[in-house]
Design a protein. Structure first.
Length: 170
């Protein structure tokens, strides 16, 4: 009987230790997420960024000073870490390029929110991550890149920062 109670006590101790580790991890990551979200929109880096304003669709956003934008008021606005050569039809980012797209037509969002993977006619594996769709379905934002982009770890956090700065002006 004494042997069973020792085994039971050991199991209880293990469960308490695991619960403490899980709790520490949860609260540690929760606090980091709060700090990161505050830095995304209020940090000193964002305050020095350029502002893009669109009066037709009544919104503005900030983007890094060394990034580029291109627009076509009937199609959308593209923000990218590299120059954008085309603003109509399907745009295929270069290997180390990422594009934040603000599109102004409903068919751009027929797959809904989340990640869609596809291949271009040239066989390039692409990722399109739709982050926002307006209730009217006529406006949304996605992040597009080649799946094999070697700079994703550096670029994706910046796209999240850009998306966090969008403000509707009316």
């Amino acid at each position: 009987m004494k042997r069973n109670s020792q085994g039971f006590i050991q199991i209880i101790i293990i469960l308490v230790v695991l619960a403490a580790i899980a709790g520490a991890y949860y609260f540690g990551t929760k606090n980091k997420q709060n700090v990161v979200s505050e830095v995304l929109t209020t940090g000193p880096i964002v305050s020095t960024w350029k502002t893009y304003t669109n009066t037709k669709y009544n919104f503005e956003l900030k983007y890094p000073t060394n990034w580029y934008y291109a627009e076509n008021n009937d199609f959308g606005v593209f923000i990218s870490n590299k120059p954008i050569t085309k603003v109509s039809g399907m745009y295929t980012p270069e290997l180390d390029q990422i594009v934040v797209e603000y599109l102004f037509f409903a068919s751009a969002f027929e797959n809904g929110l989340g990640i869609t993977e596809y291949k271009t006619s040239e066989g390039i594996q692409m990722v399109s991550d739709t982050k926002f769709i307006a209730p009217s379905q006529s406006f949304g934002a996605s992040v597009d890149y080649q799946k094999s982009n070697p700079n994703l770890d550096n670029l994706l956090p910046i796209t999240d920062q850009i998306l966090s700065t969008v403000k509707f002006t009316k």
